[in-house]
Design a protein around this ligand. Structure first.
Ligand code: S3P
Length: 183
């Protein structure tokens, strides 16, 4: 299946850990009534363990394989429009970037480093940040990932100073133009 065969129809949120994808996803879900798919949550429910436990027991690559399989499964032309919230590293694989764009309007929530540091320091759910120097790890990951978010996204939203309601309003406004061009 490619973009010319099936028009993309969902709204897909990408961005770094702590950029607000889950919160904005819930806001869009409430406003539009489309089902919300939080990929991390689906993977955890199916594995019956936390992402941290998947990383610890099976390794990161197994988690990444599950992400790719889930994207392939979501790429179903008969499925309804959805809001899809992704994990921060989903853009790492080229196949995933292609699948994301096939699924829908891909919105990159680009949060400032200070916000990411603050939000991610509040819990220990993120195995990639279980290091002595999370700030350095975040900076390094951001450096490698920024061009990949940019490549995958139809829209980049700089989130600084905006709350989830304001972000949802902006996203819906531009999504309307995108979908009109793809009807
Ligand atoms: C990851 C981000 C996490 C989760 C996993 C790996 C990453 O999701 O998928 O811990 O590689 O950036 P969030 O972006 O929702 O924290």
């Amino acid at each position: 299946m490619n973009e010319s065969q099936t028009p993309p129809k969902s709204i897909v949120l990408i961005g770094f850990m702590g950029s607000g994808k889950s919160t904005v996803g819930r806001e869009l879900h409430q406003r539009l009534g489309y089902p919300l798919v939080d990929m991390d949550q689906v993977i955890e429910q199916r594995a019956r363990k936390s992402i941290a436990a998947i990383f610890a027991d099976e390794g990161e690559q197994v988690f990444r394989d599950r992400e790719t399989s889930l994207l392939e499964e979501l790429d179903d032309p008969t499925a309804p429009r959805r809001i899809i919230s992704t994990g921060g590293g989903v853009i790492g694989r080229e196949v995933n970037r292609a699948l994301l764009r096939q699924l829908g309007y891909v919105v990159w929530l680009n949060a400032p480093m200070s916000v990411i540091l603050d939000r991610t320091s509040k819990n220990r759910e993120r195995p990639l940040l279980h290091t002595d120097d999370p700030a350095a790890k975040i900076a390094a990951l951001m450096e490698t990932r920024r061009p990949l978010y940019d490549e995958a996204a139809h829209l980049r939203v700089d989130t600084a100073g905006l709350d989830s309601k304001e972000l949802a309003t902006g996203i819906l406004e531009s999504a309307r133009y995108f979908f009109t061009g793809h009807l």
